[in-house]
Ligand binder design. Structure first.
Ligand code: FRU
Length: 406
């Protein structure tokens, strides 16, 4: 207390000295108003300091007060730890098919390695207009990284380029845009996939064979490239190709194939993805169930998941599929590189492979394990979140108790 008193004395003595000396020397009845105010001010400051320090010393005699100070220290520490996460926005052309669900799973597994990112997804539901609006919103929000899987190349190109020109790092995934103005591209080589499929088909086809080619959306780059590659990969010259457009959808492919006049001459069905190959198979089998065993069915994707290509090949519904990796994990790694200001490549082209029955079975087992791991990771994350909530509840109750005790 003597230390406190002497510091109080020091604080106010200068002011007091000035006021007393000047006050007494110049006047006895406060004629010099500024000096009077200065005197009053010093006395007030002294009184204030005195009260503060006295009450502080009184509080600190209580051990609970130490806990309170410790609590405040803890709260301020935990406040510093939590930084705003980076926002990675993903404009998806569609979400409800098995290949894109596999893509999201792979993205989430990779994203769970980092705790400083938040992924925001917008589903354009196969509409160019919706996708353009959603990308515009992401531009306005100035997201940290923008990932785009375009619905149709030409329609989405201008808005993707606008995002890039406005300084938003832009990654194009799967389907392409008609410009080189983007930060990076991640995706499989659809031309190469088509070419390998064409070569593969040639090995089974007689001369003058008939092929039913089931197209994805005509204005999307993978459909165009899978077609061109296939034509170039075919070694047999005199093939007859029946074209059907399935827009990447099983149901549409089924409907379009069922409207073909005659199935009897079809030797092989080549669909730009597995679900359309399955739709075509269903249409043929509904009209003539014996016919499906005579026709070779080829698809693209070899995705895992219920009703997807791997399962279909493993069960013998499709003869083969050509792997088209989703790139979900790679795209997050590229986004992280960008956020960490590391150098990125312009193009990340993912490998393909022929997937027949045995390979499909092995890959299916592996993908089951992957899904298991992911489920466990998510469960552990939920546990940690719950623990964190309990911790903050405890912290608040502790604060309440301590304030009451103090
Ligand atoms: C899924 C999908 C895949 C295909 C890819 C092409 O939406 O149709 O089956 O490989 O998109 O962009």
């Amino acid at each position: 207390e003597s230390i406190t008193d002497s510091s109080l004395f020091l604080v106010s003595s200068v002011g007091k000295f000035v006021s007393n000396v000047l006050f007494k020397q110049r006047t006895d009845n406060y004629i010099c108003r500024p000096v009077y105010y200065l005197h009053a001010y010093c006395v007030t400051v002294r009184f204030f300091f005195y009260i503060c320090i006295k009450s502080f010393l009184r509080i600190m005699k209580n051990p609970v007060a130490y806990l309170l100070v410790f609590y405040l220290f803890l709260s301020s520490c935990s406040g510093v730890e939590k930084e705003e996460p980076y926002v990675i926005a993903f404009s998806q052309c569609m979400m409800d098919d098995v290949w894109r669900q596999a893509m999201m799973l792979e993205m989430n597994i990779e994203a769970s390695n980092y705790d400083n990112i938040r992924i925001v997804i917008a589903d354009a539901k196969e509409s160019n207009e919706t996708q353009i609006k959603q990308i515009q919103q992401f531009i306005d929000q100035k997201v940290d990284v923008l990932i785009i899987s375009p619905n149709q190349s030409d329609s989405i190109t201008p808005i993707a380029v606008e995002a890039y020109r406005k300084g938003i790092p832009t990654i194009i995934v799967d389907r392409k845009i008609g410009s080189e103005e983007y930060t990076a591209y991640v995706g499989g080589d659809s031309y190469e996939i088509g070419r390998i499929a064409g070569e593969y088909a040639s090995a089974f086809l007689p001369e003058n064979a008939t092929i039913a080619e089931v197209w994805g959306t005509k204005l999307s780059s993978p459909a165009q490239e899978r077609h061109l590659g296939f034509i170039n990969g075919l070694k047999k010259k005199n093939v007859n190709i029946k074209t059907v457009v399935g827009n990447w959808r099983r149901e549409i492919a089924k409907k379009e194939v069922s409207q073909l006049e005659d199935f009897n001459d079809i030797d092989l069905v080549y669909a730009h993805n597995d679900v359309m190959a399955l739709g075509a198979r269903e249409a043929i089998s509904e009209r003539d169930s014996a016919l499906v065993s005579k026709i070779i069915f080829l698809g693209v994707d070899a995705a895992f998941g219920k009703g997807a290509g791997l399962e279909a090949v493993a069960n013998g519904l499709l003869n083969a599929s050509f792997l088209y990796p989703t790139g979900g994990d790679q795209v997050i790694r590229v986004a992280m590189k960008i956020l960490n200001k590391e150098q990125t490549d312009k193009k990340y082209i993912l490998n393909t492979a022929v997937v027949e029955k045995n390979t499909a079975r092995t890959l299916l087992l592996q993908s089951d394990q992957l899904i298991n791991y992911q489920n466990r990771i998510e469960q552990q994350k939920r546990n940690i979140d719950m623990l964190f909530q309990k911790f903050s509840m405890l912290r608040h109750s502790l604060f309440l108790i301590l304030s009451l005790l103090a």
